[in-house]
Design a protein around this ligand. Structure first.
Ligand code: PMP
Length: 352
């Protein structure tokens, strides 16, 4: 750290991103990316944009917002696209939280919520999950704080129902409830229709998972026009050109090719069921995930040892050192072939 780094960041612990190995070629099941690359059809849209990078992108993302709004069944002024969904989540902390309007989220969830709270100087509370790793909605009913919930939750993959989330939203009318639907396309039920009914609900989604665009960085939020206007204010006060023209064009191409995306999601769901069943046969406890990853623990091998042994054998998964979940590994669901390699490698490690 230089002597110039502001003291206001003294307590800041940055987010630890999953490994992106450059040396070894792994079966990479550690960062919940899609195993499927984009279709030629989707890429076609970006090609034209490549020849226009001498110009700034449209800061209002007009065409992209129209396409996202059509997909969601909302109006374009109820949508804001960002540089990955991390950015809209940070915007939400910046726009709606302060010392009087503090934040609350589960103690086991997406690690960035805590970092966003810290970098923005926002007091926050972490609510423990239940023993079975579920979110108990009663912990959030009428809590009177801004609420951040990933649905399905990460890294457990366990979803809440729309009616459970509606209970939370309804009981906190003076606060914003942010539902992070990064993994919603793999079996959960989206709360987007609720934005018409509740002006305190913001939904965030990403193009990084089901839509195979992690490398291009595209996410968005959807909520009442008033909430979206607030988020625009933050965008125009930080980086009006947060979504580059190539990414915006690619996003439109992907949405036009929605059949491929649906097929890909169905493949992931099938591979998830296969992997969970195989792991259970080997004695693993696997949470009931509705995401493109599973969360699994085995009585006979520690989470860290399994992670290390898999890595030695060329399979990369995600291990978290936090004590409540250090027995587990989060395993991204990839292609059928990748999942077969995973199972075979685990059998080698367990010597069964
Ligand atoms: N929310 C959750 C729960 C995530 O796991 C991730 C991915 N790490 C994100 C949001 C952010 O994804 P992105 O910025 O790629 O849209």
């Amino acid at each position: 750290m230089s002597r110039f780094f502001s003291k206001k960041y003294d307590g800041l612990t940055p987010y630890t991103a999953g490994e992106q190995p450059k040396d070894t070629k792994y079966v990479k099941l550690n960062t919940n990316e899609s195993p499927f690359s984009l279709s030629e059809n989707a890429v076609k849209y970006a090609k034209e944009a490549l020849f226009k990078t001498n110009l700034y992108p449209d800061p209002d993302c007009t065409a992209l917002h129209r396409e996202i709004a059509d997909m969601l069944g909302v109006s374009p002024d109820e949508v804001l696209a960002t540089n990955g969904s991390d950015e809209i989540l940070n915007f939400a902390f910046m726009a709606f939280c302060d010392k009087e309007h503090t934040a609350v989220f589960p103690n086991i969830t997406y690690g960035f919520y805590k970092v966003f709270a810290e970098i923005n100087g926002i007091p926050y509370e972490e609510i423990p999950l239940k023993d079975d790793f579920r979110i108990d909605i009663n912990d959030y009913i009428g809590i009177n704080k801004n609420i951040f919930i990933a649905n399905p939750n990460a890294p457990t993959g366990i979803p809440l129902s729309v009616s459970e989330i509606e209970e939370i939203v309804k009981s906190n009318p003076e606060n914003v409830v942010v539902i992070d639907e990064a993994y919603i396309d793999f079996g959960g039920e989206s709360c987007v229709p609720l934005i018409k009914k509740y002006d305190n609900l913001l939904i965030t989604q990403t193009f990084s998972k089901s839509r195979s665009m992690a490398g291009a960085r595209l996410g968005f939020g959807s909520g009442s026009k008033e909430l979206i206007d607030d988020l625009y204010k933050i965008k125009y006060s930080t980086n009006p050109y947060n979504v580059n023209s190539i990414t915006a064009a690619l996003g439109i191409g992907v949405l036009k090719d929605d059949l491929t995306i649906k097929e890909n999601c169905n493949k992931i769901i099938k591979n998830r069921e296969y992997t969970a069943a195989e792991l259970e046969k080997l004695g693993f406890y696997v949470t009931n995930s509705a995401a493109n990853f599973i969360f699994a623990r085995h009585e006979k091998i520690s989470g860290l040892t399994l992670y290390e042994e898999l890595k030695k054998r060329g399979v990369l998964v995600r291990h978290f050192s936090k004590k409540e979940i250090c027995d587990f590994n989060r395993i991204t669901i990839g292609s059928k072939k990748e999942m077969e390699i995973l199972i075979k490698t685990i059998k080698d490690i367990l010597e069964v």
